[in-house]
Design a protein around this ligand. Sequence first.
Ligand SMILES: [Zn+2]
Ligand SMILES: [Zn+2]
Ligand SMILES: [Zn+2]
Length: 282
Amino acid sequence: MKISFLGTAASEGWPSLFCQCEACKRARSAGGRNIRTRQQVLLNDDLLLDFGPDTLMHVNQQMIDLSRIHDVLVTHAHSDHFYPEDMMKITCNYTPVIDDRLLNVYGNEDVVRAGNDAHEMKNRWKGCDSIHFELLKAFEWYEIAERYKVLVLPAVHDRSQNCYIYYIRSEDSSVLYACDSGYFGEETFKALSGLKIDALILECTGIFKDLGHGHSNIEWLLKIRERLSSQGSLREGTRTFATHVCHSGAYRDGRSYIHEELSNELIQHGVELCYDGMTVII
Ligand SMILES: [Zn+2]
Ligand SMILES: [Zn+2]
Ligand SMILES: [Zn+2]
């Protein structure tokens, strides 16, 4: 399976829009892998995970052919993961020419509701039927894009909506996508026992800082992996990827850390720090 990390930051990006903290200033001047946009991943060029406000930038800068992608799994309806206004650009008024016009968007109740509202707004005068929203339920298996088996699991993030973690299996491998997951609940670990994971894609929002309920950091990420390993859900060569990182947690003992320093820190634990544009084959 090919995994493309299109965006790897938490909701404000890194450097953050207005921020003048040391971690943002250093990232700005170093550039390259230090410039992070909002979270988004593409599997095998045909299954998109999350659709935040930087999707346009990812498509144009990383040469993604969005007209050939028909399926999007959305973890939850926070604006860094779900920006339905931009999805509506698929409709006739914005996209008069397209190779193949159909987008299936899967997510929780808030995703389906906000998506349908946005669609209604844009199409009341046109009647385009190019985008469909489908509700997913926790602990259910779904077949998506005819080649993926997806198990939907609850995240511990925002109690006002059903935030999801996705276990995604293709013909040859499997990934666990947990961005804005917090430390998993017992029922999530239980549902994963008996399954094998080839790649763990885990949020590391807080980095060195414990953000409390609803987010993970290095410490909690390692605890999640340890628990999955002890219950037999990982293989010998399972790779762990840290993403959805936030500048405000990149401080330890009074000093700031940017990409290379953080990457060196994480690799000592066998964790690969993602950057925008990183592609791996698992
Ligand atoms: Zn987020
Ligand atoms: Zn900052
Ligand atoms: Zn969120």
